[in-house]
Design a protein around this ligand. Structure first.
Ligand SMILES: Nc1ncnc2c1ncn2[C@@H]1O[C@H](COP(=O)(O)OP(=O)(O)O)[C@@H](O)[C@H]1O
Ligand SMILES: [Mg+2]
Length: 257
């Protein structure tokens, strides 16, 4: 990992749908090796931000760089765990097939045969997420927690250097959530992690930086005790401003980028 080039760099980015802006004037650098939590209210633009990073949504203006390059160029280095609830699971495909498809990475499926290395990696990822016993099951026949873990296994099968996760523990109980966080912490020794989450436990215990998104980037910096407390009270530091509480806590960081 090149520590000098940010994993993610957004400059003056605005993006949206039809004529409705979802994000405006976002300036955000995420350092290589970081474990960043993206927080903010529903509809605040968190998923849109990930889509912009992935190159799935072209910004209206501004520049996006992933590991110093255009998102399309580096797409194969990025693992993505989409919001589980947004995915149609009626497609007749097994867990193993879904995770294996991640290994194709732009190759034409009809010409590609999975190598032993591909198969090993798929088994490894299924094992790490504790879903190997479900490998032959149809994805429509999983609980929401199992499906969530399959989506994480799929993102890991890419062998990403940057992992983007959209609310990866939303359907999980406390035990399964902790398992995922421990795994992410382990992975973070080698790769950069950006995770959208509402989970204050994750923010206080695992995440090392937070970016608060509500249409604009309101804050980017360390999640310390005071911001943590505020998140428990208000859900997000952005509400701190809205509620007219002194914004000393935000200013203290000086980490806004
Ligand atoms: N595919 C879409 N088409 C039109 N509007 C969208 C679409 N996706 C999201 N939006 C709108 O963009 C805004 C930001 O949404 P989103 O990024 O999903 O927020 P979050 O993930 O923080 O809940 C919301 O107002 C939402 O209604
Ligand atoms: Mg979302």
């Amino acid at each position: 990992m090149n520590e000098m080039i940010p994993a993610v760099s957004l400059q003056n980015v605005s993006a949206g749908y039809d004529n409705n802006p979802a994000l405006e004037n976002i300036n955000l650098n995420i350092a290589a090796g970081s474990f960043t939590g993206i927080i903010g209210p529903n509809g605040g633009g968190k998923t849109t931000l990930l889509k912009v990073m992935l190159g799935l949504l072209e910004p209206w203006v501004g520049q996006v760089r992933i590991l110093g390059q255009d998102p399309q160029e580096n797409r194969r280095l990025v693992g993505y765990v989409p919001q589980a609830a947004n995915i149609n699971r009626r497609f007749p495909i097994s867990v193993r097939e879904v995770v294996s498809l991640a290994r194709l990475a732009g190759k034409l499926p009809i010409f590609h045969r999975y190598s032993p290395a591909d198969r090993n990696m798929v088994n490894y990822c299924l094992t790490r997420l504790d879903v190997l016993n479900l490998a032959e099951r149809q994805i429509g026949q999983l609980s929401s927690g199992q499906w969530q873990r399959v989506l994480i296994a799929r993102a890991l099968a890419v062998e990403p250097v940057l992992l983007l996760l959209d609310e990866p523990t939303s359907g999980l109980d406390a035990n399964a959530s902790s398992m995922v966080y421990e795994l992410l912490q382990e992975l973070n020794k080698e790769i950069t992690i950006v995770m959208v989450t509402h989970d204050t436990l994750a923010i206080s215990a695992y995440v090392r930086d937070i970016a608060c998104i509500n249409h604009y980037l309101h804050y980017h910096g360390e999640p310390d005790i005071s911001t943590d407390l505020i998140m428990q009270l208000y859900g997000c530091p952005v509400d701190l401003i809205a509620h007219g509480v002194p914004h000393r806590v935000l200013e203290e960081h000086g980490g806004r980028s």
